[in-house]
Design a protein around this ligand. Structure first.
Ligand code: SF4
Ligand code: SF4
Length: 411
């Protein structure tokens, strides 16, 4: 594939890092430090049009995804999203299909929003961290108050309108020891079908740990430093490596016996892809660099997890988006994922399913002292080793043209 044909994906922040909540683990809130206080974090309509034009013009394949994230993207207002849909329709080529996606905390979603999202076939990622006590442990508003009821209202509102919703659950100190309670809450109480688990790993240095432990939202957040992917310490909210492995393993054991084919857990689907010889997520691929982030003013960064000055690629008002996304700097960023793997990973029996996971979490040393091992290694190794046999079997069923859910009859 020539560099001009390399596909890429953008996560865009129409309201910058601004958010109406103060989730304690959300270090993205600190990204407002990148821009002067007097500058509005709201994306201008001319930037929106330019972005959509450039994205569509440089897209390869038939599907173009227009993905909004934050901060809290709904702060930009419903009219902005209506305009983005209209612009996408105006600029798309006849063979292109547009997929609209939105990641939201849900607190501003009402019937009008839900109707718009349904009418335009949005795929919505809604953040819920489990039953109330676990959700409210860190997902609080600016005053530190509960957000659970308003998120449940959003969930019901979206379901009433049949909007496709993916539950996005972060895994942290407050819910990581309760995997089945979390999973069953989503499956049995919410009747969710699509679930994604995201480990919270907030890095810190000895100098920033104290402040980081106080959280990134609310009043304490005002003194926060700009979060960077640096330091070998983690906050007390962060999930522990082995704990994350146990969390995934416990849920997998229940899922594989009764929910294959009806409940879709992103980590398990991606793992099945790896056993079938495909890499369906950047974090488990040998290389990455195809998932970039754009700030409200058109600044493009290598990845949503590296919105930092060193990973700035340029602004779409100066350089076409396709050139930024396929630049040498970005290619090198993606190639480093494999090139910087320690020998310990290259010799690992589950390398094909892990590939050292995301570089943002590679800040511990291997047993023989090499730098660059993933903080979550112990957990991932346990998890991938544990699921190997059923995964092999499901991949075999698929190769035979059968269904992966047949495994449930064999266990
Ligand atoms: S840095 Fe991590 S999240 Fe970003 S593209 Fe690479 S693997 Fe994916
Ligand atoms: S499980 Fe650990 S050693 Fe194996 S590839 Fe992943 S991070 Fe590396």
């Amino acid at each position: 594939m020539s560099p001009t044909e390399r596909p890429y994906h953008m996560l865009v922040k129409p309201a910058g890092a601004a958010c109406n909540l103060g989730c304690q683990y959300c270090f993205f809130l600190s990204k407002e430090k990148l821009y002067p206080k007097r500058e509005s974090p709201l994306m201008r309509e001319d930037v929106l049009e330019s972005y959509i034009q450039q994205l569509i013009a440089s897209a390869v394949g038939q599907q173009v995804e227009i993905a909004w994230q934050g901060g809290e993207p709904t702060l930009r207002g419903l009219d902005f999203f209506k305009l983005s849909v209209a612009l996408a329709e105006r600029h798309r080529k006849p063979h292109q299909h547009i997929l609209h996606t939105l990641q939201t905390n849900g607190t501003l979603i009402d019937d009008e929003w839900a109707q718009f999202l349904r009418e335009n076939n949005y795929l919505v990622g809604l953040s819920i961290d489990g039953p109330q006590a676990m959700h409210d442990a860190y997902r609080v508003d600016k005053q530190g108050e509960s957000t659970f009821d308003s998120v449940m209202r959003a969930w019901q509102c979206l379901r009433r309108r049949n909007v496709d919703v993916n539950v996005m659950c972060t895994v942290h100190a407050a819910n990581a020891d309760h995997p089945l309670e979390v999973y069953r809450f989503f499956r049995d109480e919410l009747e969710a079908q699509f679930i994604q688990f995201i480990p919270i790993v907030e890095r810190a240095t000895p100098e920033t740990l104290h402040l980081a432990n106080q959280g990134w939202g609310g009043h304490t957040g005002a003194n926060r430093p700009l979060y960077r992917q640096e330091g070998e310490l983690v906050t007390e909210r962060s999930v522990r490596s082995v704990q994350f492995g146990r969390f995934l393993t416990s849920i997998f054991d229940e899922w594989v016996k009764r929910d294959v084919g009806t409940i879709f857990v992103n980590t398990f689907d991606v793992a099945l892809g790896s056993w079938a010889g495909q890499h369906n997520s950047c974090i488990v691929s040998p290389t990455c660099g195809g998932s970039l982030a754009m700030e409200h003013g058109g600044d493009v960064y290598s990845c949503d997890h590296f919105v930092e000055p060193d990973y700035y690629l340029g602004n779409i008002r100066d350089t076409p988006l396709g050139l930024l996304a396929r630049s040498d700097k970005q290619r090198a960023f993606g190639a480093a994922k494999y090139e910087k793997l320690p020998k310990y990973c290259k010799e690992c029996p589950v390398l094909f399913a892990c590939y050292g996971e995301c570089p943002r979490n590679r800040f511990i040393r291997t047993p023989d002292g090499e730098e660059g091992l993933n903080y979550l290694c112990a957990g991932y190794k346990t998890f991938f080793t544990h699921i190997a046999k059923p995964m092999r079997r499901m991949a075999e069923l698929l190769r035979q043209g059968r269904y992966a859910d047949e495994i449930m009859q064999e266990l």
